[in-house]
Design a protein around this ligand. Structure first.
Ligand SMILES: [Zn+2]
Ligand SMILES: [Zn+2]
Length: 392
């Protein structure tokens, strides 16, 4: 089959590789019909995430048709069309039973490697995201093996198009969880979203679905701010005006009630803490991550929430903790528990509350992946989200 592979730092290729096979009786094989490039894939491309090996298959946002299931798979059946969460969860361990799917104790066989970097604990396995996160082959390919097939894959109804449901794999639940973590009081609260990348876009629209009186999106790229505005958000370009003054002016001096830090969300929690500095430096090319967090804390209204879906693994310096303490802010963060959101967000899509395909700017063949990784990384051609068809 064809797949997008890591060929060394800075090098992405499309190669012919062996088809995957069932390895465990709880596995399923999926024929991938649509797959997306995520901002966090860029960190793999650039070589800032360790433990990648030449030939590793990339991609954690994918969906397709079930073509084979192991003998212990009870619910999933051949022929079903499914979306698959980017994080892998066993469904049986203590975190999984509590709905903390991204913290699964059993899905990352290389957890000791991750623990060594994080200090104490690590999350579960991830598709296509280095050996540190389990060494699972990714889904930017024609076929993919899916472990714990009765836990992750979610059957999608006929009649909805791939591009309407593909982002249930990651960026829609990630943005939604960030908004949900704000505890929005409907009709009253103003929510500010720092960063208008794919996750920031979904965080903004999710905040509106959850009843925010107003959503203000902050970025510097006009095409990203325009996309947010089309979704009903107010916008603030931090290159054109002072962020703190601008947010005060828009909220009668109170500041936004809740603030979502979706900057560099491209890195959304996949990056180990030891690499935070590298990621930070990279993010600084567009939007300094720590500056955004400081702005978030400084701008947030008293008693508000700072919601951080983004990567914060290591040590953060010069956080204005005095301001956070004085205002009694609540901090919420962490990797997305994607599995929780599949059913409720599918219902939102079916009800017409949102059509997630709004975020797509580029559609291409799998063979075009190497070029589009570059386009996306360099933010050329107004690129916000790329979807690939492995069979075109
Ligand atoms: Zn992703
Ligand atoms: Zn588990």
């Amino acid at each position: 089959m064809k797949g997008v592979v890591w060929q060394g730092a800075g090098r992405i290729g499309v190669e012919t590789v062996p088809d995957p096979e069932l390895l465990l009786p709880t596995d399923a094989l999926i024929r991938v019909t649509s797959t997306a490039i995520c901002g966090s894939d860029l960190h793999l491309m650039d070589g800032v995430i360790p433990s990648m090996e030449r030939g590793d298959l990339l991609g954690h946002e994918f969906m397709g048709e079930v073509i084979e299931v192991g003998r212990d798979v009870k619910k999933l059946r051949v022929g079903q069309r499914v979306v698959v969460p980017f994080n892998i969860a066993c469904g049986l361990c203590d975190p999984c039973r509590r709905g903390l799917f991204s913290a699964c104790d059993n899905s990352n066989p290389n957890h000791r490697m991750a623990e060594a970097l994080y200090g104490a604990v690590s999350g579960g396995g991830l598709f296509g995201y280095s050996h540190l996160y389990g060494g699972y082959a990714g889904g930017q390919a024609q076929y993919v093996r899916v472990p714990f097939a009765d836990v992750g894959p979610f059957v999608v109804p006929d009649g909805v198009k791939d591009e309407q449901v593909l982002f249930l794999t990651d960026i829609f639940p990630t943005g939604y969880q960030a908004a949900e973590n704000c505890g929005i009081t409907p009709g009253r609260d103003v929510v500010a979203v720092f960063g208008a990348g794919p996750v920031g876009q979904f965080a903004a629209r999710s905040a509106m679905m959850l009843g925010a009186a107003r959503v203000i999106v902050i970025d510097r790229l006009p095409e990203r701010l325009e996309m947010a505005a089309r979704g009903g958000a107010d916008t603030l370009n931090y290159e054109l005006e002072d962020v703190l003054i601008g947010l005060q002016e828009r909220t009668g001096g109170r500041g936004p009630d809740h603030v979502i830090d979706a900057v560099g969300l491209e890195a959304h929690g996949h990056g180990p803490g030891a690499l935070a500095d590298t990621v930070k430096q990279r993010a600084r090319l567009t939007f300094d991550r720590i500056t955004a967090l400081r702005w978030a804390i400084q701008s947030c209204a008293k008693g508000g929430t700072v919601s951080m879906p983004g990567v914060y693994g290591g040590l953060v310096d010069k956080m204005p903790m005095g301001a956070a303490f004085a205002k009694g802010l609540v901090f919420r963060m962490g990797q997305t528990h994607t599995h929780r959101y599949l059913d409720p967000l599918m219902k939102r899509i079916e009800a017409g509350d949102i059509d997630p395909s709004f975020v797509i700017t580029h559609r291409a063949r799998l063979d075009d992946a190497p070029r589009l990784y570059q386009t996306f990384r360099d933010k050329q051609d107004h690129c916000i989200k790329v979807v690939l068809d492995p069979w075109a």
